[in-house]
Design a protein around this ligand. Structure first.
Ligand code: GLN
Length: 494
């Protein structure tokens, strides 16, 4: 039989439904790849039995002639930020190490209900704070891609969903969940040559996802291509009364609506994203993307997003502010770790637990967040950042009077080497420069692989759509994908 791990979500779903192979065969094949890829460190916990049990349930349903669900027979990786009943949910932190929830996140439950199975919990940046997966308490993930210069440098898989991106690229799972607060689906997707979409804020329930910055956090799928992301997003999305910011809208049949025909569509090219000193390969891939969408029938229009340069500073005030408040709950009383020094009182226990339980980047965010929310500085920082956020939303609203979808690079560079940016948080934060504006505005945004740079590393192109218009984003993504003809094939070294 052909290698089942070369198949994506649609091919597995259809193959299982047709009886070309069983769901158990698929789960066994991916379980074997997961077990053999320890060097990538993509999984914090593997759950081969959970994958097999779900597959057996799918095969049994098929034997009885029952419907298999949108994700019937598809095993997936689950970012370890989603609470999974009975399986450690750590957010890649020490403070949550050993925390085994009694409940299941809405999104993961929806995926299981749709017939998916769980291969394991995927590594990430601690509490989803980072762009390289190096802030994980469980060690960094390694990008399965290598530069073609023979240097053999280990590269970052992007972050925070770096386990998800590496696992999909390395064929350890056909698809994985991600979350995106300021680029954490799109940037790792771009770094590993896969596809990922952050839907409109509120499309996927946040219930049961460890919170980072609640007004920005949004779950989404990461997979090999646009169709696979579309199928999985349909399974993940939908109103949930348990999340007060959940969108009360029906989930469209995005898969049926997929079309790469861009006739009559206007694609906006934001002038402000063409930054001085832009990497030549990134600029070229952007130009390629423009030409491809034009060939697919689109009209190209230049647009302005004048407040772009304030997006990153505003994000790095708002996200830490919300994080400092969200992370106050980890006090040694409720979840995971408790550090109780000899003869210590309650305050000492809080302090000792938090000092031992949070990593350096998480502490940095808590400190920044506490500072910008403090009485003397609140207006100067937090209120100001909120105003900037509104201006950025208005920029997009105005731009969407002139275009239907926006095309830009996903990141300013291809994957960088592990360790390259760890001592310089600002340069790490700068990696989010193209991703953060859509997050602040709550808009759907996707990264699609666009080709390789001169070092042989994948580059991603980003599509940003109007609120609720995931279809427009997916369709433009499909047009790019078809023109790019990116294979995603890499040489196995692990
Ligand atoms: N890299 C960004 C940060 O560190 C975004 C993270 C995310 O989207 N979760 O905050």
């Amino acid at each position: 039989m052909a290698d089942l791990t070369e198949l994506g979500v649609a091919a597995i779903r259809d193959g299982v439904a047709n009886g070309d192979f069983s769901a158990v065969e698929v789960a066994e094949a991916f379980n074997a790849n997961v077990a053999a890829a320890g060097e990538l460190n993509a999984f914090i916990v593997a759950t081969p039995d959970a994958a097999l049990d779900a597959a057996k349930a799918t095969d049994a349903k098929r034997a009885k002639g029952e419907a298999l669900g949108k994700m019937g027979g598809v095993p997936i990786g689950m970012k370890d930020l989603f609470a999974t009943r009975g399986v450690q949910t750590s957010a890649a932190s020490h403070i949550l190490e050993g925390f085994t929830p009694e409940y299941e996140s809405t999104v993961s439950q929806k995926l299981w209900d749709a017939g998916a199975g769980m291969l394991g919990k995927l590594n990430l940046d601690q509490f989803a704070m980072g762009s390289s997966n190096e802030t994980s308490h469980f060690g960094n993930v390694v990008n399965p891609w290598k530069r073609n210069d023979g240097s053999d440098a280990a590269l970052a898989p992007g972050g925070s969903s770096g386990g998800s991106s590496a696992a999909v690229a390395a064929r350890l799972c056909p698809a994985a969940t991600g979350t995106d607060t300021g680029g954490s689906i799109r940037q790792p997707a771009a770094f590993t040559g896969i596809t990922g979409i952050k839907p409109t804020y509120g499309r996927c329930s946040r219930w049961g996802i460890v919170a980072f910055a609640s007004s920005l956090d949004q779950a989404g799928p990461m997979a090999r291509d646009v169709r696979d992301c579309t199928i999985m997003l349909e399974a993940m999305a939908g109103f949930d009364a348990k999340d007060s910011t959940s969108l009360e809208l029906p989930v469209p049949d995005w898969e049926a609506g997929l079309s790469a025909d861009m006739k009559g569509k206007r694609v906006g090219i934001p002038r402000e994203y063409r930054m001085d000193g832009m990497d030549a390969d990134v600029a070229k891939s952007w130009d390629d993307g423009i030409a491809w969408l034009k060939d697919a029938g689109a009209e190209i229009v230049e647009i302005n997003l004048p407040h772009t340069k304030y997006a990153l500073p505003a994000y790095y005030i708002i996200a830490p502010a919300e994080a400092s408040s969200n992370l106050a709950r980890y006090d040694g009383v409720r979840y995971g770790l408790r550090d109780l020094p000899e003869g210590a009182g309650l305050q000492d226990m809080y302090a000792a637990t938090r000092a031992a339980g949070f990593g350096a980047e998480v502490k940095r965010r808590i400190l920044i967040g506490t500072y910008v929310l403090s009485a003397g500085f609140y207006d100067a920082y937090y209120t100001q950042a909120q105003k900037v956020r509104t201006l950025i939303s208005h920029d997009f609203k105005n731009a969407f009077n002139e275009c239907d979808v926006i095309l830009a690079p996903t990141c300013p560079s291809a994957a960088f080497a592990l360790g390259e940016k760890t001592n310089d948080p600002l340069s790490m934060y700068l990696n989010d420069v193209f991703a953060v504006p859509a997050s602040l505005a709550g808009l759907p945004a996707m990264s699609v692989p666009a080709g390789l740079n001169r070092e042989g590393l994948p580059l991603g192109l980003q599509l940003i759509g109007k609120a609720f218009d995931e279809q427009g984003v997916l369709n433009a993504g499909l047009a790019l994908e078809q023109a790019a003809g990116f294979s995603g094939k890499l040489e196995k070294w692990w």
